[in-house]
Design a protein around this ligand. Structure first.
Ligand SMILES: [Zn+2]
Length: 303
């Protein structure tokens, strides 16, 4: 009798009104979070199949668990006749990533097309008139960025309210600026980061949905959090009161702790009221990380 065991990877699917998140994120193993409605995937992990449909991939930093699937993503899209993927990266990593992708072209003997967009902190790349991606500096040792998806809107200045359309058209003709621009942060994703000024950034604090890592939870894991430049629950507890987000999604939890236990420790620390807006990405039925079963995969030392 042969005993077979399978590890079937399942993905999170969270709905927040008109926006969904599909993803998987375990520290040191894989991180990928897709926002299908906005055509963006944050990090690419090992490129699970669903990630192929996003035209834009925003890579936060160079660690393998966040970008290993990039050549596969680009190659598969080319193979399936989809348009070239656009990959947003921290400017300092652009050369290295480009070199890696060129190697893959040679190895695979396929002229896989791609577009790399190097970004620096505070840069806003306006993909369309009404939509852009802003890079924000995170704190993870090497070059690392978080990204905020921004809805760009034009509004009529209050002094022109109540005017009829032909009057407005006339003003426009005369070159009068009758509108002003507003930027609404929709979704912010921080990748890996320890505590720091990124949590004071207005877009990060005000985004409707904030996806942030909290890797460590237990008192004995402070040194690990410090060494890997990750967030510990103790840091997160100090950050939460200044966050105005409607929804906060916790990702990148260490395999050293099950989601259930992590959630319980967080509830104890933050209280029921804060927990109403906090969701753990990997808290879903059938998740191998949910704490229902003891994980057979050891935690990565490289969290
Ligand atoms: Zn990392």
């Amino acid at each position: 009798m042969i005993e077979k065991s399978f590890l079937i990877q399942k993905y999170a699917r969270l709905g927040f009104g008109s926006v969904h998140l599909i993803g998987y994120s375990v520290a040191g193993e894989e991180s990928v979070v897709q926002v299908p409605e906005l055509n963006v995937c944050f990090d690419i992990g090992r490129c699970p199949y669903f990630a192929l449909t996003s035209d834009y991939v925003c890579l936060t930093h160079g660690h393998m668990d966040h970008l290993a699937g990039l050549p596969y993503y680009l190659s598969q899209r080319a193979f399936q006749g989809m348009k070239a993927g656009t990959v947003v990266v921290p400017r300092e990593t652009e050369r290295g990533i480009d070199g890696m992708l060129r190697c893959w072209r040679e190895v695979e003997r396929q002229g896989t097309p791609y577009q790399l967009v190097g970004m620096s902190p505070e840069e806003l790349w306006e993909i369309r008139k009404d939509f852009g991606i802003r890079a924000v500096a995170t704190h993870h040792g090497g070059p690392s960025l978080g990204y905020v998806l921004i809805s760009i809107r034009e509004k009529l200045k209050p002094e022109y309210m109540g005017k009829v359309s032909h009057e407005l058209a006339q003003l426009r003709k005369e070159g009068v600026q009758i509108q002003y621009r507003i930027e609404v942060p929709l979704v912010a994703y921080l990748g890996d980061t320890c505590t720091g000024s990124v949590f004071d950034h207005p877009d990060v604090q005000n985004a409707e949905i904030l996806i942030t890592e909290v890797t460590f939870f237990e008192p004995g894991h402070h040194t690990k959090a410090k060494a890997g430049k990750h967030l510990h629950l103790e840091h997160f507890a100090q950050i939460v009161p200044k966050l105005k987000n409607k929804h906060i999604v916790v990702s990148h939890v260490s395999r050293r702790i099950g989601i259930r236990k992590a959630k319980a420790l967080m509830r104890k620390k933050l209280g029921d009221e804060q927990m109403e807006r906090i969701t753990f990405l990997m808290d879903f039925e059938g998740s191998t990380d949910a704490g229902d079963v003891e994980s057979t995969v050891p935690p990565s030392e490289n969290e």
